[in-house]
Write a protein of this length. Structure first.
Length: 277
């Protein structure tokens, strides 16, 4: 969420950020930052799920307001909700529908906030490839929905948001069925299942088994149409190695290997099993 005090600054082109093209917003944002006092308030997806949307909006607004270090006599908030209620600033607030269109300072705040949000989504696109964040920047487009169908939600998705919540339940069910299929596959191959969904606050392991005295740490990937092992990139391998090392450190060490299993199709068949190291 953004906050802005323009003071004597005169900036051409200020309006509701939604009425501007991305190129125009990106051109205006650095001008606003240079000429005005600006604040940005952020709340993580995890915290939003934990405290709820209303409290998250209030927290973001208060964080943004605290960053304003120049004098002001009034605070205009777009919409109908006073996000600064129960604070010393509450008496300065006027709520106004379409303020981001009508009040230049609110327009400027909306532009800076929108550009900052989009830049964050571009970074997420690098961290979580496959979702297309760099294109839809988090909005519910057909491409975004298709990615959720294929990959399930990532840690940056708001699990309490109803459209995402539906994928969470579906993804968990698919994950459980996929892991069960892998456990059956490993047993048939002579493995003893040691643990499923072993986790701590730092990491987790889908399936841990033992074969000929060697522990096998298996990452399970379910994809309806296959291709699940494509997700095992260098970064994922590092996470798997870290998780295995933590398990071994807590359970006496020993010989170990990392593996990945692909489960695909509506009948949840193990279609590929790969020893990674």
């Amino acid at each position: 969420m953004g906050a802005c005090v323009l003071g004597d600054a005169q900036i051409e082109g200020l309006t509701d950020s939604k009425k501007l093209t991305p190129k125009k917003r990106e051109a205006l944002a650095p001008v606003i930052r240079e000429k005005a006092a600006v604040g940005l308030g952020w709340v993580s997806a995890e915290e939003l799920d934990r405290i709820g949307l209303s409290k998250a909006l209030c927290k973001a607004a208060r964080a943004a307001a605290k960053q304003i270090k120049v004098p002001f006599h009034e605070i205009v908030i777009d919409g109908t909700m006073n996000f600064l209620r129960d604070t010393p600033l509450a008496g300065h607030v006027q709520v106004l529908k379409k303020a981001d269109l009508l009040v230049p300072e609110v327009s400027a705040a909306s532009i800076v906030a929108k550009v900052a949000r989009d830049e964050y989504m571009y970074k997420l696109a690098e961290k979580y490839p496959g979702y297309g964040f760099e294109k839809h920047v988090g909005y519910g487009t057909a491409a975004h929905k298709a990615a959720l169908e294929k990959l399930g939600p990532c840690p940056e998705h708001r699990k309490s948001f109803k459209p995402i919540a539906a994928y969470v339940g579906s993804t968990r069910e698919k994950g459980d069925r996929g892991e069960s299929a892998v456990c059956d596959y490993l047993r048939e191959s002579g493995h003893e299942i040691v643990a499923r969904n072993w986790k701590n606050k730092y990491c987790e392991i889908d399936v841990i088994s033992r074969f000929n005295g060697v522990l096998c740490f298996t990452e399970v990937k379910y994809r309806r149409a296959g291709g699940g092992l494509d997700a095992i990139d260098k970064k994922k391998l590092e996470k798997m190695r870290f998780a295995a090392e933590m398990y071994l450190a807590k359970n006496g060490g020993g010989a170990a290997i990392l593996a990945a299993a692909e489960v695909s199709g509506d009948n949840y068949q193990v279609t590929d099993f790969l020893v990674l190291q």
